[in-house]
Each structure stands twice: as structure tokens, then as C-alpha cells.
Design a binder for this molecule. Structure first.
Ligand SMILES: Cc1cc2nc3c(=O)[nH]c(=O)nc-3n(C[C@H](O)[C@H](O)[C@H](O)COP(=O)(O)OP(=O)(O)OC[C@H]3O[C@@H](n4cnc5c(N)ncnc54)[C@H](O)[C@@H]3O)c2cc1C
Ligand code: HEM
Length: 399
């Protein structure tokens, strides 16, 4: 239990820390990785170098500080972060390290303004926040390990099939090396894959959504080659160019709180580009378990060449008694490319094809998700009926 004095200090200094938030977390990561380079085997270096992870952690620590006397308000956010922590094998022994360097960073950035009293109060508050994470993560590790076919940390998988799905996306079918069938998962969840790439000093971890409904004995992930920017994406290019049938890769058990909820409510699955992957698992699950559920599947791709799972999605929608599929191409290469919308998915279009009481699942590039979420909000969809997954640090969209 924190004293009222500690609570008052933390609450009154949280806004000051927030103004220096990114400076503090940037300082924090730099000094922490200097002292504990082994943690670079867990963190995503590309997210670090673009400042995305710093912002996500800073936002959460200051939000938590503001609610330090009613942490239950933050539980949904904590659970979402804890899912990612569990999939990356963040453990209780890591929390004191993060705490130590976070406090050193507050002192380092604020200097004398961070008195011993303030640092002491933040130390206590961090301990309370960390314990909430540790307790929730402990339950998640137990749940992952106790599931039929489950395991706690990482486990080895063999690539049993590699399939080109479009000019940019390739699927990998992963079968456990020990021969045990993969556990049941919720359609929409992801796994973290971990690999050692020649020439890279540290292990690389990346999340990939499972792109087929649960029930098979192996996982399928579908990876977009990130080749548009310099430097090119490390893991996606390695997987496309180097990882072949018979090769080994490590994966942690399925995680994530973006998943299809069963029910009577009509459902809209709206994706852009590689954001189609969790939607394929959801669509497959509806086709198998809820074929009478009213379903609209909207997918936006750059053009036909970049359009993955065209036939597979159409075949799944065929199995539904009340299913519709709409494809948008941003720019058709020529008139032989057939689609339902040329250009962006507009608000008018969404209004025409999606019933207003639908639950909408959205995944795609950030600009696509911002546009779709904003259209649905203007059309009167409630926050509860708009669910999305961002393929990067999750809090970025809200920020
Ligand atoms: C929950 C979740 C589910 C996901 N599901 C999928 C999925 O189903 N399919 C899929 O393909 N992806 C998915 N992703 C994304 C995936 O995890 C990887 O982020 C993606 O494959 C890119 O990884 P990479 O190693 O190839 O690129 P990285 O090396 O991580 O680089 C990412 C991007 O940043 C740029 N970059 C790298 N370093 C710098 C720098 N120093 N400065 C500026 N820019 C830089 C790169 O050019 C690239 O565009 C998911 C992510 C999450 C969080
Ligand atoms: C109370 C303390 C902590 C808070 C508030 C916190 C907060 C966060 C947040 C907000 C994210 C982004 C979530 C997302 O992408 O969906 C995140 C991700 C992550 N956290 Fe934590 N975290 C804490 C402790 C730790 C510890 C102790 C470790 C391990 C050393 C750790 C390792 C990671 C890693 C590796 C990621 C993913 C980063 C990436 O992909 O770049 N966190 N955390």
C-alpha cells in the first residue's frame, strides 16, 4: 500500500514527467542497454531506433501514475501489454532492472528538480505498477503452458511449407519440432517468432498474426516483405529470402487480445494490405463455427499483384449463408484487374455495406486504420464495436 503522501507526490509530478516523457525514456533505454546488453535479445531494435517503443512505454508509465490509487482503471491496457510481454518472455526478474534505469533516467533528465523525496515516491509507485504486470503475466504464463499442446517460453518449429500468396506476402506453415500439435488459439491472435540472423549480434523477435483458423496441427503465418524503406526490414526479408522448408525457427505461444468474439452480432472484417492476416483466421473461424452469422469482408490492396488470399477468402465467404466480400484496389494496373472499389475505401461505401449494429475488426497500415476508424466513428459506431490491431507498438494509434 502506498502512503497518501507518496500518492500525492506521484500524481502532482506525473504531468512534469510527461512533458519530459520521451527524453526520459530515451535516456532510460540507452543507459539500460549499455548496462544490460542481454536485454537487446528481447527488444525490437527497429522500434527503438524510430522512437516508437519509447513513446509507448512513457505514455503507459505516466498514465499509470495518474491512476496510481485506482489502478483497476488501467487493467485492460495492462492486460494488452502483458500479452505482448508474455509472448516475448518478459519475466519478474526484468522489472527491477527497468525500475532502476527508469529512476536513474528521471534523475538524469530532471536533475535537482527530482528531489530524493520525488525519486523515492516514484520508486515505490513503480514497484506497485510492476507488481500488477508481474501478477497478470504469471497467470498468462501458466495458461499458455497448461493448454493442450502449450508451452511457456519459446519452442522450436520446422517450416513444413512455404507458399507465395502475392507479390509481397509469403506464408510459412510451422510444425512443432517435437511433433506435438499446436494449441487452440483465438482467431486474430499472433505468435512471436525469434531468430538468430547471421551478422546480427542479438536475437530478433517479431510478432506475426496467425492467418488461418485454429484447429490445424501447425501454425500459418503470412509475412509481408518490408522493402520500401532504407534500411529494409530485417526479419521479413530474411524470412522471404533465407528461411526454407526444413529450417528451424523459434516461436512463443499464441497471444493477443484482438480476436473474434463469437455471437449473434453481424461482423465486419476490414483490412488493408498485410492486415488481412488476422482477418483470414477470423473469416475461417466464422465459416467453420458460425456460418449463419452475417459477415462482411472488406479488403484493400495496392493492386491485383499485391492482393493475397483472393481465392481463399472468396471460398470461405462462399461457405457463409449471409456473407459478402468486397475488394478495393488503390490503383489498378489495367482494366483486366477486377475489383469492387478503385481507390480508397470511403465512408459512403462503409455505410452502404456494413450494418450499423455490426462489430468491426480492423487491421492494416496506420493511415488506413485512422481513416476507417474515423469513418466508422462519424457513422455512429460505438467504441465497443470498433476493434483494431496495429502491427507495431499498440498504443501508437491512440497517441
Ligand atoms: C501484433 C502484431 C501482429 C503482426 N502481424 C503481422 C503479420 O501477420 N504479417 C506481417 O507481415 N507483419 C506482421 N506484423 C509486423 C511484424 O511484426 C514486423 O514488424 C514486420 O515484419 C517488419 O519486421 P522487419 O524485421 O522486416 O522490419 P524491421 O527491421 O523491424 O523494420 C521495420 C520498418 O522500419 C524501417 N526501419 C528499420 N530501421 C529503421 C531506422 N533506423 N530508421 C528508420 N526506419 C527504420 C524498415 O525499413 C521497415 O520498414 C505484426 C506486428 C504486430 C505487433
Ligand atoms: C511497469 C513496467 C513496464 C511498462 C509500463 C511497460 C510498458 C510497455 C508498453 C506500453 C509496451 C508496448 C505494448 C505494445 O506494443 O502493444 C511494451 C512493450 C514491451 N515491453 Fe514493456 N513495460 C514495462 C516493463 C517491461 C520490462 C521489465 C521488460 C523487459 C525487460 C519490458 C519489455 C518490453 C518489450 C520487449 C516490449 C516490446 C517492444 C518492441 O516490440 O519493441 N517491459 N511495454
Amino acid at each position: 500500500m502506498l502512503s497518501q503522501k507518496t500518492i500525492d507526490i506521484v500524481k502532482s509530478t506525473a504531468p512534469i514527467l510527461e512533458t519530459h516523457g520521451v527524453d526520459i525514456t530515451t535516456y532510460f533505454y540507452k543507459t539500460m542497454f549499455e548496462a544490460h546488453p542481454e536485454l537487446l535479445n528481447i527488444f525490437n531494435h527497429a522500434n527503438q531506433s524510430q522512437g516508437r517503443q519509447q513513446t509507448a512505454l512513457a505514455n503507459t508509465v505516466y498514465a499509470a501514475a495518474q491512476y496510481i490509487d485506482q489502478l483497476e482503471v488501467l487493467l485492460p491496457t495492462v492486460k494488452q501489454i502483458a500479452q505482448k510481454h508474455r509472448s516475448l518472455t518478459v519475466k519478474p526478474e526484468h522489472y527491477p532492472i527497468v525500475g532502476e534505469y527508469l529512476l536513474k533516467a528521471i534523475k538524469g533528465v530532471l536533475g535537482d528538480a527530482a528531489t530524493d523525496e520525488i525519486i523515492g515516491a516514484w520508486g515505490e509507485a513503480y514497484g506497485v505498477i510492476a507488481q500488477v504486470f508481474i501478477d497478470i503475466e504469471k497467470e498468462m504464463y501458466v495458461e499458455a503452458a497448461e493448454k493442450s499442446g502449450g508451452w511457456e517460453d519459446f519452442k522450436e518449429f520446422i517450416v513444413e511449407k512455404k507458399v507465395t500468396e502475392s507479390s509481397l506476402i509469403t506464408s510459412f506453415y510451422l510444425k512443432a519440432k517435437d511433433g506435438v500439435s499446436v494449441p487452440w488459439y483465438l482467431p486474430g491472435q499472433y505468435i512471436t517468432v525469434r531468430l538468430s540472423i547471421p551478422g546480427q549480434k542479438h536475437l530478433l523477435n517479431r510478432q506475426y498474426s496467425l492467418s488461418q483458423a485454429p484447429g490445424s496441427d501447425s501454425f500459418r503465418i503470412s509475412v509481408k516483405r518490408e522493402a520500401d524503406h532504407n534500411p529494409q526490414g530485417k526479419v521479413s526479408n530474411y524470412l522471404h529470402d533465407r528461411l526454407n522448408v526444413g529450417d528451424t525457427i523459434e516461436a512463443s505461444a499464441p497471444a493477443g487480445d484482438f480476436y473474434l468474439e463469437k455471437g449473434e452480432q453481424p461482423v465486419a472484417l476490414i483490412s488493408g494490405g498485410v492486415g488481412i492476416t488476422p482477418m483470414m483466421a477470423m473469416l475461417g473461424s466464422i465459416a467453420e463455427n458460425e456460418p449463419n452469422r452475417k459477415t462482411v469482408f472488406v479488403h484493400a490492396a495496392r493492386n491485383k499483384d499485391a492482393h493475397a488470399f483472393g481465392e481463399e477468402a472468396a471460398a470461405l465467404v462462399e461457405k457463409l449463408n449471409d456473407g459478402k466480400i468486397y475488394i478495393a484496389y488503390e490503383a489498378k494496373k489495367d482494366e483486366s484487374e477486377v475489383c469492387d472499389i478503385t481507390g480508397y475505401v470511403s465512408r459512403d461505401f462503409l455505410q452502404q455495406v456494413i450494418e450499423s449494429n455490426s462489430v468491426c475488426y480492423i487491421c492494416g497500415p496506420i493511415s488506413f486504420m485512422r481513416a476507417v476508424v474515423s469513418h466508422l466513428t462519424v457513422l455512429g459506431f460505438s467504441k465497443n464495436n470498433i476493434k483494431y490491431e496495429f502491427f507495431g507498438p499498440a498504443l501508437a494509434l491512440e497517441a
